[in-house]
Design a binder for this molecule. Structure first.
Ligand SMILES: C[S@@+](CC[C@H](N)C(=O)[O-])C[C@H]1O[C@@H](n2cnc3c(N)ncnc32)[C@H](O)[C@@H]1O
Length: 416
């Protein structure tokens, strides 16, 4: 265990203690912290010591990411993740005393939480590709009293073979593929939790090994800075409005970028699905349902400026599900909030010569969504797995190291 103080002291004054208690309370209310062990870890580790330069308020805001590094182009390359995301992942995997854990992507804070959870009989290794991040993580961990954490400077694509095997590999950078080292270095029965991009949106997926492949045991929508180094994967981008609106694709779409850009000037076609979501309802499941059922799928990333200019109808922080045709595009919409109404209807906005057909295609897929009662099964097969071993009806995303298969088993399907 750490020698970090829970009691007020020179490194952890009353104000920080009060902020920490309020943060844990809020994380419980959000449902991000559910177990006492995770609550205790968040109550113990002095997060402000891992967020130099941030105010106490910013350091302990439950949904606040602390920005720690941008690259030369201004792109965000390292953060101390928001507490609610860290709590969600720790609850997903249930870290136990005595575990050997590898954290991929270092900030120091999450490694300290892990050190609290595995206790003195466990071991935490954290690896980062960025020397500045590694230096900062080392000094913050030392200042907070977590010298037992091993911080390694390396591209995590190769794992950390000297410290393997691990009971848990917990990845905190957005990945497009699963490097072989992440599973080769898992102990038998070990778990991998990884923010995996599935056609744009990222989900933190918990995997277990079963019969030569990985099988998901749960997933949650999230957002992480993208992986760097050998695992980096550049998106295909069609800009609709300079830097203010663009459609991002994981794989090149079958479309003409120049014609798609010109489609913006076509009048907007609207198609409504008659499917709706309640005011408090979540429709995260719909996003994956659309992503796994439509070709030429991407995410429309827009800023308020593009909405104000009328280029797009709305902007969502994680991106809007979008499909493109040769010279047209169509994206998900929600009916405006009307006074007294308790639900909103899903629709599609589209532009270009094929707007109507594209919008109808997306609307037809929306109508087949079950409202969220089904959970997708995500499986990762070796890259050379033949088609016949893949689940029937699965959408297959071929990566360099894995074939990712996403299927929607019903209650009558086998559990494995
Ligand atoms: C969101 S931050 C990690 C946050 C951290 N776990 C915390 O305590 O909040 C993601 C980190 O992943 C690192 N990273 C990106 N690509 C990497 C790679 N190939 N190998 C190791 N680290 C990588 C980045 O340098 C960045 O510091």
């Amino acid at each position: 265990m750490s020698n970090a103080r829970v009691e007020p002291g020179p490194a952890d004054d009353d104000r920080a203690g009060a902020r920490r208690a309020a943060m844990v309370q809020r994380l419980r209310e959000l449902g991000a912290v559910r177990g006492e062990d995770v609550a205790r870890a968040f109550s113990t580790v002095p997060r402000h010591l891992f967020a130099p330069g941030a105010s106490l308020e910013a350091a302990y805001a439950p949904e606040n990411t602390v920005l720690v590094r941008r690259d030369d182009t201004g792109a965000l390359v390292s953060t101390v993740s928001a507490p609610h995301i860290q709590a969600m992942m720790l609850e997903q995997v249930q870290v136990r005393p005595g575990m050997r854990v590898l954290e991929v992507g270092s900030g120091g804070y999450n490694a300290a939480l892990l050190a609290e959870l595995v206790g003195p009989s466990g071991a935490v290794t954290t690896v980062d590709i960025d020397p500045e991040v590694v230096d900062r993580a080392r000094s913050c961990l030392a200042a907070a009293g977590y010298d037992q954490v091993t911080v390694v400077l390396a591209d995590a694509d190769a794992g950390v073979p000297d410290r393997a095997p691990f009971d848990l590999v917990l990845v905190t950078t957005g990945m497009w593929d699963i490097p072989p080292a992440f599973t080769d270095q898992l102990a038998p029965g070990g778990r991998l939790v990884i923010p995996l991009r599935l056609r744009g949106l990222t989900r933190s997926v918990v995997f277990e090994s079963a019969g030569g492949r990985l099988v998901s045991r749960g997933y949650e929508l999230c957002s992480f800075v993208p992986v760097r180094g050998v695992g980096a994967h550049p998106d295909e981008v069609i800009r609709l409005d300079g830097d203010d609106a663009a459609i991002r694709f994981e794989d090149p779409p079958d479309a003409d970028p120049v014609l798609v850009r010109q489609a913006v000037s076509w009048p907007r076609v609207e198609v409504w699905s008659s499917a709706s979501v309640g005011e408090d309802g979540s429709f995260e499941g719909l996003l994956l349902w659309l992503a796994t059922g439509l070709d030429n799928f991407g995410l429309l990333m827009a800023r308020p400026a593009a909405v104000a200019r009328g280029v797009v109808g709305h902007a969502w922080p994680l991106g809007i599900p979008t499909i493109v045709g040769k010279g047209s595009f169509a994206y998900l919409a929600l009916s405006p909030k009307a006074p007294g109404q308790t639900s909103r209807e899903f629709g599609v906005y589209a532009h270009g010569p094929d707007a109507e057909a594209l919008a109808e295609r997306m609307a037809a897929r929306i109508r087949t969504w079950d409202g969220g009662s089904l959970t997708a099964r995500i499986e990762a097969f070796p890259a050379d797995a033949p088609d016949l071993v893949l689940p029937a009806g699965a959408v297959v995303l071929d990566r360099r190291h894995r074939r990712l298969a996403v299927s929607w088993p019903t209650a009558t399907d086998l559990p494995n």
